[in-house]
Design a protein around this ligand. Structure first.
Ligand code: RP5
Length: 165
């Protein structure tokens, strides 16, 4: 596979990275090329629109957008591109990410954002879901996803006693 990024991971602030790196880790594990950028809806609005407009011509197949608090980034990017946008609500300091979740999930009909869970699990699942979207046109990624799922299942089945590490 070429190194041309197929997934764009963007986030509103550097402070979102400890959450969003879980999406990147999944894409590393599944061998999906991606790029990572800080793109803020509020602090760099012009960059946000440019990123969204250029996503499709640059060959991105999925955008994972993480943001916290007044989390407008995923929705505003979705408004400017047909590339599917997965939104990750980052756990905010004030409201534990409930504000982020509601900001991202309550899109008006007609402009969808696929919203994941708050925090690390959401970022991890966004990485897996992005790989699944890429796998629709990429058999190698599909095979790696199949193996990864199988390994996850076996890890549970092989260790049914919760007291054993
Ligand atoms: C949002 O504001 C970011 O996505 C981040 O989660 C939150 C706080 O940003 P910082 O003040 O840490 O830069 O735009």
């Amino acid at each position: 596979m070429s190194d041309q990024p197929l997934v764009g991971i963007i986030m509103g602030s550097k402070s979102d990275w400890p959450t969003m790196e879980h999406a990147a880790q999944m894409l590393d594990e599944l061998g999906v090329p991606y790029e990572v950028r800080v793109v803020s809806a509020h602090r760099t609005p012009d960059l946000m629109f440019e990123y969204a407009e250029q996503a499709e011509p640059r060959g991105l197949k999925v955008i994972i957008a993480g943001a916290g608090g007044a989390a407008h980034l995923p929705g505003m990017v979705a408004a400017k591109t047909l590339v599917p946008v997965l939104g990750v609500p980052v756990k905010s300091r004030a409201l534990n990410g409930q504000d982020s979740l509601l900001s991202i999930v309550q899109m008006p009909g007609g402009v969808p954002v696929g919203t994941l869970a708050i925090g690390e699990a959401g970022a991890k699942n966004a990485g897996i879901l992005a790989a699944q979207i890429v796998a629709n046109e990429n058999e190698a990624v599909r095979e790696r996803l199949r193996d990864w799922r199988q390994a996850q299942t076996e890890a549970v089945l092989n260790c049914p006693d919760p007291r054993v590490e």
